[in-house]
Write a new protein. Structure first.
Lengths: 158, 213
């Protein structure tokens, strides 16, 4: 009986210590993956394939009053949100009062559960992209998956 | 006289040689039930698991082990996100008793397991709200299928407490081997493993019965 008591108490003590350790460890959660995922548009000079710095750039989009980018100076890339509910997001790049290009990005929206601690988020898969060619020379998808690992998704050549 | 003394010395030598114990291959079968999985849930944990283990004592050193259990969770967080799953799991492996020289039912062992579970889960979450383009996307995925496998390293103790009854605890380091993900969801809970992470820790606290044959 002594043996039983000693063994039970020792085991219980270890379990409690270990259990407490486990629960405190499990509280640490990195929820950065559930911030809004953005498509990254990199700007390149077509002739040299080097980074292109755009003097001033503002970006708006159809179906929203929000100005997504307001007069960014010497930008070499922009991270832009895509619509959750539509399969087409239309951006307007404003270079000046009169110079602009329109971009049509066709995409699938993939709602995604990350964890109980971090919740849900929206990822996207790019299907196609086209644009007007007022200032832009050409455009291409370099990585169709838009998630929270920030990486280049679209290349715009000037 | 001389010959007598020589023969006595030879006899002494023979007497001093230790008798080598012949340990039979089969030394009993043990059935155990884990209490920790039930207890941690009663104390407020998200997961409930119940588990039965079968092991065979071979040469007092090797204990092939089969653990069969059932894991369950039904959790809703403050944001109204709910996750529900319940499924069986199985682990197979072996323990090595470091106290094999002692002829008793007290063991200090190290071991390894391979675990597997095939399961379904339901996730219902508040709609995803698009605060830039406006609109909402409902989030409800029921009956998502997945499976997972993992490896465990085990350190444990078993001690006889009354006749054929033993108690034992074990600490386990678990390493995920594979988890099937789905397009919209990743399993959050894996029965028998715990939270879906690359590594995890576990505890068992068991009552064990040694079969009388």
């Amino acid at each position: 009986m002594k043996h039983l008591l000693r063994h039970s108490l020792f085991g219980l003590f270890l379990c409690l210590i270990f259990g407490l350790g486990l629960s405190s460890c499990s509280e640490e959660n990195d929820c950065s993956l559930t911030s809004r995922s953005m498509g990254r548009f990199n700007f390149l000079t077509k002739s040299t394939l080097s980074e292109k710095k755009i003097d001033t750039l503002s970006v708006t989009a159809l179906n929203t009053d929000s100005v997504l980018v307001n007069k960014d100076v010497l930008a070499t890339y922009e991270s832009l949100p895509l619509s959750y509910t539509s399969n087409m997001t239309t951006f307007i790049f404003h270079y000046s009062e009169t110079e602009r290009d329109t971009l049509w990005v066709s995409h699938q929206n993939i709602a995604h559960f990350v964890s109980m601690e971090c919740g849900t988020t929206m990822f996207h898969h790019l299907d196609s992209v086209r644009c007007t060619y007022n200032i832009i020379d050409s455009i291409a998808i370099s990585n169709p998956e838009i998630d929270n690992n920030e990486k280049e998704n679209i290349r715009i050549f000037y | 006289m001389v010959s007598l003394s020589i023969s006595a010395q030879a006899q002494k030598k023979i007497m001093k040689q230790p008798v080598k114990e012949i340990i039979p291959l089969y030394n009993g079968t043990y059935i155990g039930a884990d209490l920790y999985g039930l207890g941690s849930n009663l104390l407020g944990g998200d997961f409930l698991s119940s588990e039965v283990s079968f092991s065979v004592n071979l040469k007092r050193r090797f204990f092939p082990v089969l653990e069969v259990g059932y894991g369950k969770t039904n959790t809703t967080n403050e944001e109204g996100l709910s996750y529900k799953s319940s499924a069986p799991y199985v682990r197979i492996g072996v323990n090595y008793n470091t106290m094999f020289k002692k002829k008793s039912d007290n063991f200090l062992y190290v071991g390894a397991r391979y675990g597997f579970s095939s399961f379904k889960y339901d996730i219902i979450a508040p709609s995803l709200t698009d605060d830039i383009f406006s609109g909402e996307v409902p989030f409800s995925y029921l009956g998502e299928k997945s499976n997972a496998s993992w490896l465990e390293l085990v350190l444990g103790v078993q001690a006889q407490v009354y006749k054929s009854f033993l108690m034992g605890w074990s600490l386990r380091y678990k390493s995920s081997f594979s988890v099937k993900e789905n397009l919209h969801t990743t399993p959050w809970y894996i029965p028998g493993f715990g939270k879906n992470k690359s590594t995890s820790y576990g505890v068992t606290y068991s009552i064990i019965y040694k079969l009388p044959f």
